[in-house]
Each structure stands twice: as C-alpha cells, then as structure tokens.
Design a protein around this ligand. Structure first.
Ligand code: APR
Length: 247
C-alpha cells in the first residue's frame, strides 16, 4: 500500500480543494458490506443462471416464481447489510461539505442513502421497491402494496404481477436519472469511479464525459476495468480501504 501513499494524498488534496465532486459507484462499493458483485461468479442456488437471464422481463415472464425468489433472497441480503467504511466516508463528507458531493450509483441497494447520501442518483432503480409488471388491463392505477401475497404477489382484481423496482437489461433508465448524472459528471472538478467493471452503458460513459469536461478522473478498484483509459489515476484498492483516506 506504500506505493499508494502519494497518489492517495494528492487526490485527497484535490477533493478537499474541489467545489464539486462526483462519485460513480458500482457493485464493488457494496462488496465489503457482504453484497456480491454481478461479475463475481453467482453463488449457491443461482450459480447455474446468468444474471442477464434473471434480470430481464423475458426471464421474469419465463419463470416468475424463480426470479421473484432470487430478488427476495437479494432483498434479504440488502436489509441485513450495513454501510461499509467507504459508504460512511462519503456520508460524512456530505455532512462536512454540504452541496459539494453528488453520488451516482448503479447499485440497487440503499447503503449510500443509509450512510447519509440521501440524494444519491439511482441509475438502475431500487431493489427494495415493488412495481407492477404490466399496465392494468382495466385502466386502473392500484397501489402495488395492496397486491395479494404470492411468489410473485398479484393484483386480486386483474392478476397483474408485482416485480422489483430495478432496471432490467434492455429497459430504460428512470426518467431524468441519466440527465442528472451527466450534469453532475460534466460539472465536477473531480470524478471518482468506485467499484465498477465499466461493462454496462450508459453508466460506463460518465467517466469519459467528466474527463472531456475537464474533471480530474480517478478510479478505485482492486482490478482493472473497461473504463480505465478514461482515468488520470488508477488506485488499486477497495472502497472500504481507500475512500476513508480520500474523503
Ligand atoms: N472495492 C472496490 N471495487 C471492488 C471491490 C471492492 N471491495 N470488490 C470488487 N470490486 C470491483 C470489481 O473489480 C469489478 O470491477 O467492482 C466491480 C464490480 O463489477 P460488476 O460486478 O460488473 O458490477 P457493476 O460494474 O456495478 O455492474 C454494472 O451491471 O449487472 C448489471 O445492473 C447491473 O448495476 C449493474 C451493472
């Protein structure tokens, strides 16, 4: 870690001097909270499935109980998880320097919010939120909380199924989320990318957008990522190890 001393110190100084900082987080941000990343091998019961198959409308329609159970298990994991030292460092920074930090996350857990970054921009939705799978055949707008229990829950009136409030492969991002994220990336003096493989667009494009707008771009990741060439500096380490030293 000695070889990181200087780049970490230099980046910490940039962050302290900056008026606007943007952090883009991926699944690696929550790895030290015990939430598995996507591209680590799927463990246990799900090891024989491809996340893309499970995290898609087709996958859900093909086997609603199986996909519902996968999300139910992941929801339990999120509820049991605690923000790690990386999340807490960002929450503390936001308290100390109000209005400076914008957190943009690809994650569907609520750990940034629980650590204090309540206005985190969610690009891929919220695993703890339910929504209807389809529009109501009767043109009604029923409260998804009223759905009848089941795997998945259904509307007692029209049979509409409940699905998790996350963005599935091939689906649109939440309205306005990408625009807000791009604005944050373009107006930041420092852009820190933490714990993402850079494999999924449009989130992966934010680092290059920040760099083109003049931001100093740094990546925190124990491994290489597909967007390393967008960074001015690569800090080979984990979120919980490095963020407390940077913020
Ligand atoms: N600290 C920082 N980074 C870590 C850590 C850690 N403790 N552990 C792993 N990583 C890094 C890995 O090296 C990898 O680059 O986190 C990254 C996780 O990559 P992915 O599993 O691909 O997760 P992510 O980049 O967030 O995936 C993007 O893909 O599956 C979709 O919608 C899903 O939001 C997700 C998107």
């Amino acid at each position: 870690m000695a070889e990181l001393e200087e780049p970490v110190r230099a980046l910490r100084e940039r962050i302290e001097r900056a008026g606007r900082v943007c952090v883009l987080s991926g699944a690696g941000m929550s790895a030290e909270s015990g939430i598995a990343t996507f591209r680590d091998a799927l463990t246990g019961l799900w090891s024989r499935f491809d996340p893309a198959q499970l995290a898609s409308v087709e996958g859900f329609r093909a086997d609603p109980p199986m996909v519902w159970d996968w999300y139910a298990e992941r929801r339990e994991g999120v509820r049991a998880a605690q923000p790690n030292a990386g999340h807490l460092a960002l929450g503390e920074f936001a308290r100390r320097r109000p209005g400076v930090l914008t957190v943009v996350t690809q994650n569907v857990d609520d750990l940034h919010q629980r650590a204090g970054n309540r206005d985190t921009i969610r690009l891929h939705g919220d695993i703890l939120r339910d929504q209807w799978l389809d529009g109501c055949g009767r043109g009604r707008v029923c409260d998804v909380a009223q759905a009848e229990d089941g795997r998945p829950p259904r509307c007692a009136e029209c049979g509409n199924q409940v699905r998790p409030g996350v963005v599935w492969f091939g689906e649109m991002l939440p309205p306005g989320a990408m625009e807000a994220a791009e604005h944050a990336a373009r107006t930041s003096e420092v852009m820190l990318v933490v714990g993402t493989s850079g494999a999924v667009w449009p989130a992966a494009g934010l680092a290059t957008k920040a760099r083109r707008s003049g931001a100093f771009v740094a990546i925190v990741n124990p491994h290489t990522s597909e967007i390393d060439d967008a960074a001015h500096v690569l800090l080979q380490g984990t979120a919980a190890q490095l963020l407390p030293r940077l913020f």
